[in-house]
Design a protein around this ligand. Structure first.
Ligand code: ADP
Ligand code: MN
Length: 171
């Protein structure tokens, strides 16, 4: 048994995973692992997908790279997907959700347009990541959180920090 929990922070791109995970890491002293950056830095991919405009993640390499780290506990994993991680890795799965018009503005600011922009908005409308999380993990550990404003984010970080405290004191 690990003595610190592992938390997955997932959601559609732009919902605030990286910002929230960074703030949470500061509040809890858990380790923030941004899967996108890890994949790029350690070359855990099978090249660039021109169509989707992102790396083709090699899921086996990512899981091998993280296995020992996850066994040790105390990690916040930040990724816009969750179905390829082993179920046993996580004690809590947080799905961030953002209102469409707000998400549209955030992604436009990030330079997304055309199909890339509409695909992500649809992904959010159809709650794709929430469904994926519920399909991949026990529903009791999956929690959806609204991430429209800075107030929302602060509230989410405070709530998860409290959860980490109680987890650590009961195990
Ligand atoms: P993700 O990692 O999910 O793609 P980011 O954390 O990079 O999202 O956030 C995308 C943009 O939206 C950033 O400019 C960030 O500052 C802003 N942002 C994220 N979450 C919130 C929030 N809850 N309220 C206001 N702005 C936010
Ligand atoms: Mn991110």
């Amino acid at each position: 048994m690990r003595n610190k929990p592992n938390i997955l922070v997932t959601g559609t791109p732009g919902t605030g995973k990286t910002t929230t995970s960074a703030a949470l890491a500061e509040a809890t002293h858990l380790r923030h692992i941004n899967i996108g950056e890890l994949v790029k830095d350690k070359k855990l991919h099978d090249g660039w997908d021109d169509q989707l405009d992102c790396y083709v993640i090699n899921e086996d390499l990512v899981c091998d790279e993280l296995e020992e780290i996850m066994e040790g506990g105390g990690n916040i994993v930040d990724h816009h997907g969750c179905d390829f991680f082993p179920e046993r890795w996580f004690d809590r799965v947080v799905v961030l959700q953002t209102e469409n018009s707000i998400l549209y503005d955030r992604l436009s600011k990030r330079g997304y347009s055309g199909a890339k922009l509409t695909n992500n908005i649809e992904c959010e409308i159809f709650q794709v990541l929430l469904e994926e999380a519920k399909d991949s993990y026990q529903e009791e550990i999956v929690v959806a959180m609204k991430s429209d404003s800075v107030d929302d984010m602060n509230r989410n970080v405070a709530a998860i920090t409290e959860w980490v405290r109680s987890w650590s004191s009961t195990t």
